[in-house]
Design a protein around this ligand. Structure first.
Ligand SMILES: [Zn+2]
Length: 378
């Protein structure tokens, strides 16, 4: 795994651009500023902050984000048009990302154009960006359905022009980790230099594909907080970071303890609650209920936790529910300063199960305490 550790460079988070493109999501300027500040504080290296071509309100928000003086490089997102690139230059950010469709499907069906047009158009836009003094990166939209030979050709040409980073987008999330790894390793061999993976989650494989891309030699990852994004969303920042650290043994370079708070902040602004079972940042992913698991966790947390919840700003919770056992009950009572005799535990456990089935939620410590005291006095 030493090669991954040496290769991995950083995160380009696009919560404020692709994340906001999730249907029905619209951040206010204050929310954008707060999210950018939180991403910056967490150590995200590049923040795709917005789309200047959307108009004055977006540009004002981008200027406010820049005025805060983040450590992260702020990136303005552009379609491949001169107007978009000029708008990006007008905002005053140091970097612009220009996207160009590269699949025949997108070029033909969406734009009525062909590969030669795409080549001319992106070249013109990149040169315009460079003339403005911008650091320019280029995104290949729908690269996963494009002809690899065309992408390799175009990528080589753009690198020579002075493009600092190339993004390979699995726009509709149709890749799987084995296939993407083979394709991207060949791409990196053909066109060395910084590549970024942008994966969508239509088949639930965005994180897996992103990690596979890093293993193949990609050095940048494009993510969004909690995976917010078009359709099924993007590769989640927190999943990719924890996967890098614990599965690929590469340093994500982020303050991962910020993840829970970051997910809450974005969920509030997006009006999209984080699902309970969402990996890394879900409300229940560090809660243990079943008897065997609680017994194990009380003896050694590593038995049922792949990493310490504190690493992502989370907290371990042992809850009492239908599947609780004696060890959980004894532990819960001890937390309330109560000690139960062995013969009391069986009937109390029956009562807990009945109650939980009625309430459809775990019991609170206060409720268990009351049940125990009632049972003891009966
Ligand atoms: Zn996308």
């Amino acid at each position: 795994m030493d090669s991954e550790r040496a290769f991995f460079t950083g995160f380009c988070d696009t919560t404020l651009r692709d994340g906001e493109q999730a249907p029905g999501v619209a951040f206010t300027a204050d929310e954008k500023v707060a999210i950018a500040a939180a991403l910056d504080a967490a150590g995200v290296q590049r923040i795709e902050a917005g789309v200047p071509a959307m108009g004055p309100a977006e540009c004002d928000a981008l200027r406010r984000i820049a005025d805060a003086g983040p450590r992260a490089e702020l990136v303005a997102w552009c379609r491949a048009t001169r107007a978009d690139v000029d708008a990006a230059a007008g905002v005053g950010l140091a970097a612009a990302h220009i996207t160009i469709p590269v699949s025949d499907l997108h070029l033909g069906a969406k734009l009525g154009r062909d590969r030669a047009w795409a080549r001319r158009r992106i070249r013109d836009c990149v040169l315009a960006g460079l003339d403005h003094g911008l650091r320019v990166s280029v995104g290949f939209e729908d690269a996963s359905r494009a002809d690899d030979a065309f992408v390799i050709d175009l990528a080589g040409e753009l690198r020579e022009l002075g493009v600092v980073l190339l993004r390979w987008a699995d726009t509709v999330g149709i890749m799987e980790p084995f296939g993407i790894s083979t394709r991207l390793a060949a791409l990196v061999r053909a066109v060395p230099g910084p590549w970024e993976i942008h994966a969508h989650d239509d088949f639930g494989l965005a994180t897996a594909n992103t990690l596979a891309a890093v293993r193949a030699g990609f050095t940048w990852v494009s993510t969004t907080v909690a995976g917010l994004g078009e359709r099924a969303g993007n590769a989640p920042l927190e999943e990719v970071a924890m996967g890098l650290r614990h599965l690929l043994h590469a340093d994500p370079g982020l303050d991962t303890t910020a993840f829970k708070a970051l997910a809450r902040l974005v969920a509030r602004a997006a009006r999209r609650p984080v699902p309970h079972g969402k990996a890394v940042v879900g409300g229940s992913v560090f809660a243990h209920e079943s008897g065997i698991h609680v017994d194990g966790v009380l003896k050694s947390p590593a038995t049922y936790e792949p990493f310490d919840p504190a690493e992502v700003g989370g907290r371990r919770r042992l809850v009492l529910g239908k599947h609780s056992g004696r060890a959980s009950l004894r532990h819960a009572l001890a937390q309330c300063g109560l000690q139960a005799a062995d013969e009391q535990l069986g009937p109390l456990l029956d009562d807990v199960r009945t109650r939980v089935s009625e309430l459809k939620r775990p019991l609170r410590a206060r409720e268990v305490r009351e049940m125990f005291l009632q049972g003891a006095s009966a």
